[in-house]
Design a protein around this ligand. Structure first.
Ligand code: SF4
Ligand code: SF4
Length: 432
């Protein structure tokens, strides 16, 4: 294994060419926005507005007093039309605030957040991990006292196939990315800042290096999925393993996504709340692109703006195809963690064989697993609901990257079975 290279991983075709050169463009203001009160890990927000109330862009519409949470703001000036349950991309039903935008909108204006310090500004702006993790950012900016952070790693790898939203952000706003990285380092007292980009994005590496000073390293890493996973990235840069059951901060590293870094810079400098994000819309659509989308825009509206789907659709995914959920409905809103809408054509979505077949013990899943697990063993015991034995193979260490399912020649639903084993282990109180 090459120095700094993580174990396992795969090389799927990156499928990024359709949107890699597409500049970020605003998607239109839709007829209504549906804002889930839970767009983050942690305590769901409680609506702070009433039906019939007029709100302005940037005004809080949902919040809760909890350390692990993030407030939700209105992305538009508009009228609260409804408060009630909505379906999310992940398939859950949560409370949501529906807003009908006013006819006239000035998207350059917003109600700025206010707080006593930078960390408070990030919390007030409702920022969460925008790479898909959706963990409230303020919590990550407050590492335990016994785990000081000395290295900030900015994740610009964007290792998921199809997605190019982070790529475009780095190419178009390199100063904001670097500024965000410096602000994170200042907040946690880190002396080293490394921005990581896979080597299939040389233009991003070049432009970032052109604006980064001596205090910010820009590293080009081999293109290999899941290069951008937190533990794999820490290994690639520091050659340190996150200890079993510990937070990444235990290695002295803190990892943030590049889009999150830009949101942090905007919150601290401009008081800007998180009300929109860049979403890659690609695959079997008429006009693939990178769109700046108001949070709460329905996937159906976004796809319509992208010209609609083309040909026979097999599956539509929120996020990247390796980890994103397949959508059961298009009437789900774009949320803080929605990095992409990927439309897979019928022939792409079809499994290699009609149905999954028994495991032939070829071992490919173990070779591909970047977490040193034996996916076939966890999955085979989970399939028999033999949870106690499945626990012995550490299912809670699985990062659900999907590498095992990708390489399995018999199309075993490995990740799905491992998720069942994880749920069973957590229900029993098994600790990492
Ligand atoms: S077992 Fe989990 S971590 Fe390992 S390859 Fe499969 S999904 Fe990834
Ligand atoms: S890759 Fe599939 S067939 Fe091969 S050992 Fe793993 S589960 Fe079994």
């Amino acid at each position: 294994m090459a120095k700094g290279a993580f174990k396992g991983g795969i090389h799927p075709h990156d499928r990024k060419a359709a949107t890699a050169d597409m500049p970020i463009a605003w998607a239109p203001v839709p007829e209504q926005l549906i804002l889930p009160m839970s767009q983050h890990l942690g305590a769901p927000c409680v609506p702070t507005v009433e039906v019939g109330q007029h709100v302005v862009r940037g005004e809080i519409v949902g919040s809760v007093e909890a350390f692990i949470s993030a407030p939700v703001h209105s992305p538009v000036d508009g009228l609260v039309k409804a408060i009630g349950p909505c379906l999310t991309a992940g398939g859950t039903r949560v409370t949501a605030v529906t807003i009908v935008p006013d006819a006239e909108q000035d998207l350059d204006a917003y109600r700025a957040v206010a707080a006593d310090d930078s960390r408070g500004m990030v919390k007030a702006a409702g920022i969460v991990g925008m790479g898909g993790a959706t963990f409230p950012t303020t919590v990550k900016l407050s590492p335990p006292a016994d785990s000081p952070v000395n290295t900030v790693i900015l994740n610009g790898c964007e290792c998921e196939p199809f997605l190019t939203c982070d790529h475009r952000l780095m190419v178009e706003s390199p100063e904001r990315v670097v500024d965000g990285a410096r602000k994170i380092a200042a907040l946690v007292g880190a002396s080293r800042v490394v921005i990581c980009v896979e080597d299939n994005k040389p233009d991003a590496v070049e432009v970032l290096r052109s604006v980064a000073g001596d205090d910010v390293e820009v590293r080009s890493l081999p293109t290999r999925y899941p290069q951008g996973a937190e533990k794999q990235l820490i290994w690639s840069i520091l050659e340190k393993e996150v200890p079993h059951g510990k937070l990444p901060a235990a290695t002295g590293a803190l990892v943030h996504n590049v889009a999150t870094a830009v949101a942090i810079a905007d919150a601290i400098d401009k008081g800007k709340p998180l009300t929109e994000r860049v979403v890659t819309v690609t695959g079997a659509v008429a006009r693939p692109g990178n769109y700046r989308v108001l949070l709460g825009t329905l996937v159906s509206d976004l796809l319509e703006y992208a010209g609609g789907t083309v040909g026979e659709v097999g599956r539509i995914i929120a996020g990247g195809p390796m980890t994103g959920p397949a959508l059961a409905s298009l009437d789900v809103p774009v949320a803080k963690g929605t990095s992409g809408i990927v439309v897979l054509a019928a022939e792409e979505a079809a499994p290699a064989v009609e149905d999954d077949q028994p495991c032939i013990r070829c071992g490919r899943c173990s070779e591909a697993c970047p977490m040193f697990l034996q996916p076939y063993a966890i999955a085979n015991h989970a399939a028999r609901q033999d949870w106690n034995v499945a626990d012995q193979y550490s299912p809670l260490d699985c990062i659900e990257c999907g590498c095992c399912s990708y390489v399995c020649p018999t199309s075993r639903p490995l990740v799905q079975l491992i998720r069942l084993a994880k749920a069973a282990a957590m229900a029993k109180g098994v600790k990492l």
